[in-house]
Design a protein around this ligand. Structure first.
Ligand code: XBP
Ligand code: MG
Length: 259
């Protein structure tokens, strides 16, 4: 018996390391297809990740790097169109199976499912991207393991605002205290924390190493596997050098001062 009832996962960087070799590549393919000579390098993309959401990221790029750009139509039409093309390219990449789930993800999801812990997603990315990732990179039917998939434009404000976590909590019908959030970024950790999810685990990803995760009580470099221990960046990981439900239960007890 565990002290929590659900796990709420972020997607990009948490379930899979999707940004550098997935989203970034898809943005560049969409730019080429639209006849634009923009190229988001690995380092520039790291800066652009300060803004969550693909459409918001394109707008930020234009404001900050290309203020003189004159779009062929209004930005309100141009950006969503460009972003739809990006989503198509991203889905193609996913279907090729080129973005695997991170170490420990399937092990933890499987253990949670067997223990009756509910699974949910709270992400900034487009819903189709989430479904496609689960279908392409996980076992058949993985999407049905998730009781709630809260994604994309369904809330007024994207991370670091708490809206998407609040929506996931509402749809689960649970208070924050009954849930554990798993994130990879500063923006995501802020979003979860502001939604009241203080039992918060951060597993850093390609672009988020070295970020400040606020008061997150446990920060690791991955969930780890029995043959591939997680590296502890902050907090204490026990009883094993990888994240399992026992480790999450200890984290939950520590955060809420239980027994
Ligand atoms: C990460 C993001 C997303 C993706 C792009 O979301 O910021 O914007 O980079 O996705 P999370 P879209 O870590 O919350 O999963 O282009 O579909 O917006
Ligand atoms: Mg993320």
């Amino acid at each position: 018996m565990y002290g929590f009832k659900a796990l709420i996962f972020d997607v990009d960087g948490t379930l899979a390391d999707t940004e550098r070799d997935g989203h970034r590549v898809a943005f560049n393919a969409a730019f080429r297809e639209a006849g634009l000579d923009w190229d988001w390098s690995v380092s520039l993309y790291g800066e652009l990740l300060a803004v969550t959401g693909g459409k918001e990221r394109i707008r930020y790029y234009l404001e900050r790097w290309l203020p003189a750009f004159s779009p062929p139509e209004s930005l309100e039409t141009f950006i969503p169109k460009l972003h739809r093309s990006k989503t198509t390219h991203y889905l193609d990449l996913l279907r090729k199976g080129s973005l695997p789930l991170r170490p420990g993800v399937m092990r933890l999801l499987t253990q949670a499912r067997q223990a009756g812990i509910r699974l949910a997603i709270a992400t900034t990315t487009t819903p189709e991207n989430v479904i496609a990732l689960l279908e392409a990179s996980g076992p058949p039917g993985l999407r049905d393991w998730f009781a709630v998939i809260a994604a994309g434009d369904v809330v007024p404000r994207k991370k670091p605002a708490p809206d998407i976590y609040q929506l996931a909590l509402d749809q689960l019908g649970l208070p924050p205290r009954d849930c554990i959030a798993i994130e990879d970024s500063d923006n995501g950790a802020r979003s979860a924390w502001e939604a009241g999810l203080h039992a918060l685990l951060v597993t850093t990803s390609t672009y988020t190493q070295g970020q400040d995760f606020g008061a997150a009580p446990l920060v690791l470099d991955s969930l780890g596997e029995p043959d591939r221990p997680a590296r502890v960046i902050a907090g204490t990981l026990a009883p094993h050098p990888y994240v399992d439900l026992e480790a999450l239960d200890r984290l939950h007890r520590q955060v809420y001062g239980i027994g």
